[in-house]
Design a protein around this ligand. Structure first.
Ligand code: ZN
Length: 280
Protein backbone atom coordinates (compact mmCIF):
# COMPACT_ATOMS: atom_id res chain seq x y z
CA UNK A 1 0.00 0.00 0.00
CA UNK A 2 1.50 3.33 -0.99
CA UNK A 3 2.45 5.47 2.01
CA UNK A 4 3.56 9.10 2.11
CA UNK A 5 6.89 8.70 0.23
CA UNK A 6 5.28 6.80 -2.64
CA UNK A 7 2.38 9.25 -2.90
CA UNK A 8 4.80 12.20 -2.74
CA UNK A 9 6.91 10.69 -5.53
CA UNK A 10 3.81 10.36 -7.70
CA UNK A 11 2.73 13.90 -6.76
CA UNK A 12 6.01 15.43 -7.89
CA UNK A 13 6.01 13.50 -11.16
CA UNK A 14 2.36 14.30 -11.94
CA UNK A 15 2.89 17.97 -11.12
CA UNK A 16 5.96 18.22 -13.37
CA UNK A 17 4.22 16.59 -16.32
CA UNK A 18 0.62 17.84 -16.18
CA UNK A 19 0.45 21.10 -14.18
CA UNK A 20 -0.32 24.05 -16.45
CA UNK A 21 -2.10 21.82 -18.96
CA UNK A 22 -5.83 21.74 -19.68
CA UNK A 23 -8.04 18.71 -19.20
CA UNK A 24 -9.74 17.93 -22.49
CA UNK A 25 -11.53 14.74 -21.47
CA UNK A 26 -12.10 12.56 -18.44
CA UNK A 27 -13.64 9.09 -18.48
CA UNK A 28 -14.22 6.78 -15.53
CA UNK A 29 -15.19 3.21 -16.31
CA UNK A 30 -14.51 1.54 -12.95
CA UNK A 31 -17.78 0.94 -11.11
CA UNK A 32 -16.21 1.59 -7.69
CA UNK A 33 -13.73 4.28 -8.71
CA UNK A 34 -16.05 7.22 -8.02
CA UNK A 35 -18.40 6.39 -5.16
CA UNK A 36 -19.05 9.59 -3.21
CA UNK A 37 -21.00 11.33 -5.99
CA UNK A 38 -22.24 10.51 -9.51
CA UNK A 39 -19.19 9.89 -11.75
CA UNK A 40 -20.68 12.22 -14.36
CA UNK A 41 -19.87 15.18 -12.06
CA UNK A 42 -16.22 14.79 -13.02
CA UNK A 43 -17.11 16.04 -16.51
CA UNK A 44 -17.31 19.54 -14.99
CA UNK A 45 -13.52 19.54 -14.87
CA UNK A 46 -13.27 19.37 -18.66
CA UNK A 47 -11.76 22.57 -20.03
CA UNK A 48 -10.10 23.42 -16.71
CA UNK A 49 -6.39 23.96 -16.39
CA UNK A 50 -4.57 21.96 -13.72
CA UNK A 51 -3.00 24.59 -11.48
CA UNK A 52 -1.02 22.28 -9.22
CA UNK A 53 -0.97 18.99 -7.36
CA UNK A 54 -0.91 18.98 -3.57
CA UNK A 55 -0.88 16.17 -1.06
CA UNK A 56 -2.06 15.58 2.46
CA UNK A 57 -0.99 12.29 4.00
CA UNK A 58 -1.75 9.64 1.39
CA UNK A 59 -4.26 11.80 -0.54
CA UNK A 60 -3.37 13.59 -3.77
CA UNK A 61 -5.11 16.91 -4.41
CA UNK A 62 -5.49 18.01 -8.03
CA UNK A 63 -6.19 21.75 -7.95
CA UNK A 64 -7.96 23.33 -10.93
CA UNK A 65 -8.15 26.96 -12.05
CA UNK A 66 -11.77 27.38 -10.91
CA UNK A 67 -10.86 26.31 -7.36
CA UNK A 68 -12.23 22.79 -7.56
CA UNK A 69 -10.14 20.01 -6.06
CA UNK A 70 -10.11 16.45 -7.36
CA UNK A 71 -8.92 14.06 -4.67
CA UNK A 72 -7.16 10.85 -5.69
CA UNK A 73 -6.64 8.18 -3.04
CA UNK A 74 -4.58 5.21 -4.22
CA UNK A 75 -5.37 3.05 -1.17
CA UNK A 76 -4.15 -0.56 -1.59
CA UNK A 77 -3.21 -0.91 -5.22
CA UNK A 78 -4.05 2.29 -7.12
CA UNK A 79 -1.54 3.60 -9.63
CA UNK A 80 -1.38 6.77 -11.73
CA UNK A 81 0.41 6.09 -15.00
CA UNK A 82 1.44 8.41 -17.83
CA UNK A 83 0.45 7.19 -21.29
CA UNK A 84 0.10 8.32 -24.87
CA UNK A 85 -3.35 8.13 -26.45
CA UNK A 86 -2.49 5.09 -28.56
CA UNK A 87 -0.80 3.06 -25.81
CA UNK A 88 -2.60 -0.20 -24.98
CA UNK A 89 -4.58 0.07 -21.76
CA UNK A 90 -3.44 -2.01 -18.83
CA UNK A 91 -5.95 -4.40 -17.32
CA UNK A 92 -7.81 -2.67 -14.46
CA UNK A 93 -7.60 0.80 -16.03
CA UNK A 94 -10.58 2.46 -14.35
CA UNK A 95 -10.11 6.11 -15.25
CA UNK A 96 -8.44 8.19 -17.96
CA UNK A 97 -7.72 11.92 -17.84
CA UNK A 98 -6.69 13.42 -21.18
CA UNK A 99 -4.62 16.62 -21.13
CA UNK A 100 -3.80 18.92 -24.02
CA UNK A 101 -0.30 18.40 -25.32
CA UNK A 102 0.91 15.83 -22.76
CA UNK A 103 -1.31 12.82 -23.34
CA UNK A 104 -3.15 10.75 -20.80
CA UNK A 105 -3.02 10.16 -17.09
CA UNK A 106 -4.49 6.76 -16.28
CA UNK A 107 -5.83 5.43 -12.99
CA UNK A 108 -5.17 1.69 -12.71
CA UNK A 109 -6.40 -0.18 -9.65
CA UNK A 110 -6.60 -4.00 -9.58
CA UNK A 111 -8.14 -4.22 -6.09
CA UNK A 112 -10.51 -1.26 -6.59
CA UNK A 113 -10.14 0.18 -3.08
CA UNK A 114 -8.76 3.42 -4.53
CA UNK A 115 -11.05 6.30 -5.39
CA UNK A 116 -11.45 9.67 -7.07
CA UNK A 117 -13.80 12.37 -5.83
CA UNK A 118 -14.47 16.07 -6.11
CA UNK A 119 -13.91 17.68 -2.73
CA UNK A 120 -15.69 20.59 -1.14
CA UNK A 121 -13.26 23.46 -0.57
CA UNK A 122 -13.72 26.04 2.11
CA UNK A 123 -15.00 23.85 4.91
CA UNK A 124 -13.37 21.63 7.48
CA UNK A 125 -9.94 22.33 8.85
CA UNK A 126 -7.10 23.33 6.57
CA UNK A 127 -4.36 20.73 6.32
CA UNK A 128 -1.14 22.56 5.54
CA UNK A 129 -0.06 25.97 4.33
CA UNK A 130 -0.96 26.52 0.71
CA UNK A 131 -3.57 23.78 0.50
CA UNK A 132 -7.31 24.38 0.57
CA UNK A 133 -9.37 23.16 3.52
CA UNK A 134 -11.47 20.19 2.43
CA UNK A 135 -14.41 18.87 4.41
CA UNK A 136 -13.70 15.31 3.25
CA UNK A 137 -10.16 15.39 4.69
CA UNK A 138 -11.05 17.17 7.92
CA UNK A 139 -10.51 14.00 9.95
CA UNK A 140 -6.81 13.79 9.09
CA UNK A 141 -4.02 14.78 11.44
CA UNK A 142 -1.14 16.94 10.22
CA UNK A 143 0.96 15.68 7.35
CA UNK A 144 3.82 13.54 8.65
CA UNK A 145 6.40 15.39 6.55
CA UNK A 146 5.80 18.65 8.40
CA UNK A 147 4.92 17.37 11.86
CA UNK A 148 6.84 18.70 14.87
CA UNK A 149 7.60 17.40 18.35
CA UNK A 150 4.84 19.48 19.97
CA UNK A 151 2.20 17.90 17.80
CA UNK A 152 3.56 14.39 18.28
CA UNK A 153 3.65 14.97 22.04
CA UNK A 154 -0.04 15.90 21.98
CA UNK A 155 -0.93 12.94 19.76
CA UNK A 156 0.91 10.40 21.94
CA UNK A 157 0.17 11.77 25.40
CA UNK A 158 -1.92 9.50 27.63
CA UNK A 159 -2.41 6.95 24.85
CA UNK A 160 -2.09 3.38 26.10
CA UNK A 161 -2.08 1.97 22.57
CA UNK A 162 1.25 0.76 21.18
CA UNK A 163 3.38 3.49 19.60
CA UNK A 164 3.03 1.95 16.13
CA UNK A 165 -0.76 1.88 16.35
CA UNK A 166 -0.80 5.64 16.99
CA UNK A 167 1.79 6.36 14.28
CA UNK A 168 -0.35 4.66 11.61
CA UNK A 169 -3.58 6.28 12.86
CA UNK A 170 -4.29 8.84 10.12
CA UNK A 171 -6.32 10.96 12.56
CA UNK A 172 -3.19 11.46 14.67
CA UNK A 173 -0.64 11.79 11.88
CA UNK A 174 -1.32 11.53 8.14
CA UNK A 175 0.96 9.54 5.87
CA UNK A 176 2.61 6.66 7.75
CA UNK A 177 1.68 3.01 7.25
CA UNK A 178 3.23 -0.34 8.13
CA UNK A 179 6.57 0.13 6.40
CA UNK A 180 7.52 3.62 7.52
CA UNK A 181 6.17 3.31 11.06
CA UNK A 182 8.60 0.40 11.60
CA UNK A 183 11.48 2.22 9.95
CA UNK A 184 10.80 5.40 11.94
CA UNK A 185 10.72 3.48 15.25
CA UNK A 186 14.03 1.83 14.40
CA UNK A 187 15.61 5.15 13.43
CA UNK A 188 14.43 6.63 16.74
CA UNK A 189 15.61 3.60 18.76
CA UNK A 190 12.10 3.08 20.14
CA UNK A 191 10.12 -0.15 20.35
CA UNK A 192 6.89 0.05 18.31
CA UNK A 193 5.04 -2.00 20.95
CA UNK A 194 5.70 0.46 23.77
CA UNK A 195 2.71 2.32 25.15
CA UNK A 196 2.57 5.56 23.13
CA UNK A 197 2.05 7.65 26.25
CA UNK A 198 5.21 6.30 27.91
CA UNK A 199 7.64 8.28 25.75
CA UNK A 200 9.69 10.96 27.47
CA UNK A 201 9.89 14.46 25.92
CA UNK A 202 13.43 13.62 24.78
CA UNK A 203 12.17 10.47 23.06
CA UNK A 204 9.32 12.35 21.39
CA UNK A 205 11.83 14.88 20.06
CA UNK A 206 13.95 12.04 18.66
CA UNK A 207 10.85 10.47 17.12
CA UNK A 208 9.88 13.73 15.38
CA UNK A 209 13.37 13.99 13.88
CA UNK A 210 13.23 10.36 12.77
CA UNK A 211 9.87 10.78 11.05
CA UNK A 212 11.34 13.49 8.86
CA UNK A 213 14.70 11.75 8.30
CA UNK A 214 13.12 8.48 7.18
CA UNK A 215 10.44 10.08 5.00
CA UNK A 216 12.93 12.38 3.26
CA UNK A 217 15.30 9.48 2.57
CA UNK A 218 12.43 7.37 1.25
CA UNK A 219 11.27 10.18 -1.05
CA UNK A 220 14.84 10.55 -2.32
CA UNK A 221 14.74 6.79 -3.05
CA UNK A 222 11.42 7.26 -4.91
CA UNK A 223 9.51 5.12 -2.41
CA UNK A 224 9.40 1.40 -1.67
CA UNK A 225 8.14 -1.32 -3.99
CA UNK A 226 7.56 -4.65 -2.29
CA UNK A 227 7.51 -8.00 -4.03
CA UNK A 228 3.90 -7.50 -5.15
CA UNK A 229 5.10 -4.43 -7.13
CA UNK A 230 1.79 -2.72 -6.42
CA UNK A 231 3.59 0.56 -6.08
CA UNK A 232 4.91 1.94 -9.36
CA UNK A 233 5.76 5.52 -10.18
CA UNK A 234 4.12 7.62 -12.91
CA UNK A 235 6.32 5.95 -15.52
CA UNK A 236 5.70 2.41 -14.28
CA UNK A 237 9.03 2.06 -12.53
CA UNK A 238 9.42 0.58 -9.02
CA UNK A 239 10.95 2.58 -6.17
CA UNK A 240 14.38 1.84 -4.68
CA UNK A 241 13.96 2.52 -0.99
CA UNK A 242 13.05 -1.10 -0.17
CA UNK A 243 16.79 -1.75 -0.57
CA UNK A 244 17.42 0.58 2.38
CA UNK A 245 14.85 -0.86 4.79
CA UNK A 246 16.56 -1.54 8.10
CA UNK A 247 13.94 -3.74 9.78
CA UNK A 248 10.69 -3.84 7.79
CA UNK A 249 10.21 -7.22 6.11
CA UNK A 250 13.59 -8.49 7.38
CA UNK A 251 12.81 -11.06 10.11
CA UNK A 252 15.84 -13.16 10.99
CA UNK A 253 18.22 -10.93 9.02
CA UNK A 254 20.97 -8.98 10.74
CA UNK A 255 20.11 -5.59 12.19
CA UNK A 256 22.29 -3.04 10.36
CA UNK A 257 22.98 -1.36 13.70
CA UNK A 258 24.17 -4.29 15.83
CA UNK A 259 24.03 -7.52 13.82
CA UNK A 260 21.37 -9.18 15.98
CA UNK A 261 18.53 -10.83 14.06
CA UNK A 262 15.50 -8.63 13.44
CA UNK A 263 12.38 -9.96 15.15
CA UNK A 264 8.73 -9.81 14.27
CA UNK A 265 6.57 -8.81 17.23
CA UNK A 266 2.79 -9.01 17.42
CA UNK A 267 0.55 -6.30 18.86
CA UNK A 268 -3.05 -7.39 18.63
CA UNK A 269 -4.04 -7.36 14.98
CA UNK A 270 -0.80 -5.72 13.91
CA UNK A 271 2.79 -6.79 13.82
CA UNK A 272 6.05 -4.90 13.60
CA UNK A 273 9.69 -5.61 12.82
CA UNK A 274 12.10 -4.65 15.57
CA UNK A 275 15.68 -5.00 16.82
CA UNK A 276 15.43 -5.92 20.49
CA UNK A 277 18.92 -4.56 21.16
CA UNK A 278 18.74 -1.20 19.32
CA UNK A 279 15.16 -0.31 20.22
CA UNK A 280 13.94 0.34 23.78
ZN1 ZN B 1 20.18 -3.71 16.36
Amino acid sequence: MPELPEVETVRRDVSLRYAGHTLVDIAVTGRRTVRRHPPTELARLTGQRLVGVGRHGKYLLFEWEDGRVLVVHLRMSGQLLAAAAGDPRALHTHGVLVFDGVGELRFVDPRTFGELFLATPGSGTGPDAGLPALAELGHLGPDALVVDAAHLQAALARRRAPLKVVLVDQRALAGLGNIYADEVCFEAGLRPDRAAGSLTPEEVGRLAGSVRTVLEAAIAGRGSSLRDLQYRDLYGKPGRYQLDHKVYGRPGLACPGCGQPVQRVRMGARSAFVCARCQR
